[in-house]
Design a binder for this molecule. Structure first.
Ligand SMILES: [Zn+2]
Length: 392
């Protein structure tokens, strides 16, 4: 049974979230929206004011009658530091409650977690010491792999080659702020339902397409973790038993067929035996997916074949997601969204052909310009303060 402190904590989050969504908002309005007594609302609001989560004072302009004091989130309050780790690159930015990112830095991700920490800690300490930034409240790190939701240990990140990695303990010791680690796709899903066109969505799946494939699932309004915390590893469901070997030890996993890495492999080893002469220049070189996208945009035949094959494979997996979860919407995060006009219809067509359901989900690209992965690493921390029930 929930004790009174738990109930108060739940109500505090509810009120904080209502202020965030409805600001400027009055105490009376909060009482009406929550059904709580005015006195309970005031107790919580006073606490939020004391802790500088919100500000009160500017009067709302109403046509007549009393003008209640308006509550707003305190934009001067401290910031969240968001970090997204990918095999090739790590991005970092500071954000406010509205997910506005500032001070972004990027650097190549080292192969070893120890080197990663050695590079990351001084960067964070420099930001903490900088007078330009508000105090850093907490740090959110999203990683492409399985994370233990209880102790925040990275259980296994195949594309990083990291197993049983604890970033939280050494970072908290060095930087003296709470550190939270989350699977990147889960983090992206939490960012989607935080604000923007899918704010508050109850049934939504995010598919992150990069070196591998991750899925973050919001079902019935909550992030799905499962008993082990590893729910949503659709990227490692085998769709071709005789397919390529996967970093997880399996074969033919969805991500070996539909990720950026898969498209680069298709490009180098086209199907149908049309491998081209051995001396043909490897134009998409250096393993760069953006280069492949560029060649695709220029109409290069092999790049077109490779990306269309990737798109069909993405559609196959989305049919699986449709049958499993019946989401209202599937949001795709990744560089492939830059070619959505050409590839989106292929993905949708393949998914619809394989999952013949009455109400197929909308399949939409994320807004890459808004940095969904970085926003995710911040949103998953914000949910802890504002909507703890969504991502327990
Ligand atoms: Zn796998």
């Amino acid at each position: 049974m929930a004790n009174s402190e738990t109930i108060r904590s739940i109500n505090r989050s509810r009120i904080l979230d209502l202020i965030r969504i409805g600001q400027p908002v009055s105490r009376a309005e909060l009482a009406r929206r929550t059904g709580l007594q005015r006195s309970s609302v005031s107790t919580i609001v006073n606490e939020l004011l004391r802790n500088q989560w919100v500000t009160e004072g500017e009067r709302q302009v109403l046509p007549r009658g009393r003008q209640p004091l308006a509550l707003r989130l305190n934009r001067q309050r401290s910031r969240i530091l968001g970090i997204n780790v990918r095999p090739r690159r790590t991005d970092l930015a500071i954000a406010d409650f509205n997910l506005g990112l500032e001070g972004q830095e990027s650097w190549p991700t080292p192969a070893e977690p120890e080197s990663f920490l050695r590079q990351l800690i001084p960067r964070i300490q420099r930001l903490q010491a900088s007078p330009r930034h508000h105090q850093i409240e907490s740090i959110g790190i999203s990683v492409p792999g399985r994370v233990d939701a209880g102790n925040h240990i990275i259980v296994f990140a195949p594309n990083l080659g990291w197993r049983q990695v604890d970033l939280k303990t050494p970072l908290e010791a060095a930087c003296n702020v709470p550190v939270y680690i989350e699977n990147a796709a889960n983090a992206c899903a939490l960012a989607e339902v935080w604000e923007g066109p899918h704010a508050g969505a109850q049934n939504l799946v995010v598919v992150t397409v990069s070196e591998g494939i991750g899925t973050g699932i919001i079902a019935n309004g909550c992030l799905v973790r499962g008993a082990s915390g590893a729910a949503g590893e659709f990227g490692h469901i085998s769709l071709a038993g005789d397919g390529p070997a996967c970093g997880c030890g399996g074969r033919g996993c969805w991500e070996t067929l539909a990720s950026n890495s898969a498209a680069l492999r298709y490009y180098r080893q086209p199907a149908n035996g049309h491998a081209g002469p051995a001396r043909e220049p490897r134009r998409a070189g250096a393993g760069e997916f953006p280069a492949l996208l560029l060649q695709f945009a220029q109409g290069e035949a092999r790049a077109t074949q490779a990306l269309e094959r990737m798109a069909r494979s993405l559609g196959q997996g989305m049919a699986m997601l449709t049958h499993c979860l019946a989401p209202a919407c599937i949001v795709v995060v990744g560089e492939i969204t830059q070619a959505w006009q050409a590839l989106g219809p292929i993905i949708e067509h393949e998914a619809a052909a394989l999952a013949r359901v009455h109400n197929p989900p909308r399949i939409v690209p994320s807004d890459e310009g808004r940095q969904p992965r970085l926003r995710g690493s911040v949103a998953m921390v914000l949910h802890r303060y504002f909507r703890p029930g969504i991502a327990p």
